[in-house]
Design a protein around this ligand. Structure first.
Ligand code: R5P
Length: 304
């Protein structure tokens, strides 16, 4: 039997696209927000003995979106759902997956335990910061990636310009695995890696040097854009090293603070992101282009 699909309030547009791609209808949920900010969730239709899927991105407001997700999972379990798959296209707190400095919490581990305690039986997510994150879970995790979609975008760029002029770029050493993967998808396209320094206290980002040959057109590929400082500093350094045109592709547009303004006013020509996070109108900007991961989720849901 086809699963029942529910949506939290963070990314309903994506949930609707997933339903359209799967030929299913979104099942109703009552989500009430009280004047003190507390939320109450109620499952309307019967889910007894059925597989349920809940789609919720845990981007800003991160804590509120997580609490809502926990409550939806709990409501589905208590209503008799056989399984609850949490589709979390953007997994908040993923960058806090280990202790960086003595005394810190492993926030992602707390979130993982809460998801499991609430009753999630499987997680489907995209482009995690590190490939080790699924190991924190005791339930199955389908770790999908938008890289094949970005590879198609690069293919399309290649068909419009001299393809030997394009270089793929990782904006930091942590992205080497990602850049090698997309390079392989594109027939071992040349790539370069930037050496980045970030001050953990001030947040200052410095793109220190480039490892590899910079060509006329550079395509920076990253997992997420938060403050925008990483890709803007990388683009600037690439320009200083001879790149005339710099494109950015990233799965998650967190776009915190004044990131949208920073990106729009930068030398970057185009910023291609996915819809793992719904971008509110006030954060959209002319250089931004959104591609959808809905078909990939719909395909994955067939494996339930
Ligand atoms: C860092 O390791 C990540 O891959 C991203 O490059 C980083 O999280 C982007 O953050 P921001 O946009 O704040 O520089």
């Amino acid at each position: 039997m086809a699963p029942k699909i529910f949506s939290g309030s963070s990314n309903k547009k994506l949930a609707e696209k997933v339903c359209a791609a799967s030929g299913l209808t979104l099942s109703p949920l009552e989500i009430t927000v009280f004047s003190d900010g507390e939320k109450r969730v109620r499952v309307v239709d019967s889910v007894v003995g059925q597989d349920s899927v809940v789609i919720q991105s845990t981007a800003a407001p991160v804590d509120s979106n997580y609490m809502e997700l926990f409550f939806i999972i709990d409501a589905l379990k208590r209503s008799g759902s056989k399984s609850v798959t949490a589709v979390i296209p953007y997994l908040g707190y993923q960058r806090q997956d280990h202790i960086f400095r003595t005394g810190e919490a492993v926030s992602l581990d707390v979130v993982v335990k809460a998801l499991e305690t609430a009753g999630a039986t499987k997680v489907i997510t995209f482009d995690l910061h590190t490939i080790k994150i699924p190991e924190l879970f005791r339930i199955p995790v389908a770790h999908l990636s938008a890289l094949p979609l970005f590879a198609k975008q690069v293919e399309s760029l290649k068909s419009k310009v001299e393809s030997q002029d394009i270089v793929l770029v990782s904006p930091d050493m942590g992205g080497i695995r990602r850049i090698k993967l997309i390079s392989e998808m594109l027939g071992n396209m040349p790539y370069a890696t930037i050496v980045k320094n970030r001050d953990l206290v001030s947040g200052h980002v410095e793109a220190a040097s480039v490892d590899g040959k910079v060509l006329k057109r550079a395509v920076i590929v990253d997992d997420m854009i938060s403050s925008g400082k990483t890709v803007v500093a990388a683009a600037q350094l690439l320009r200083e090293n001879g790149a005339e045109d710099v494109f950015v592709m990233a799965a998650h547009a967190v776009l915190s603070g004044n990131a949208s303004e920073l990106l729009q006013n930068s030398i970057i020509s185009k910023v291609i992101i996915t819809d793992t996070i719904d971008i509110p109108k006030e954060k959209q900007f002319p250089k931004l282009e959104v591609i959808s991961i809905a078909d990939m989720i719909a395909k994955e849901l067939k494996n339930l």
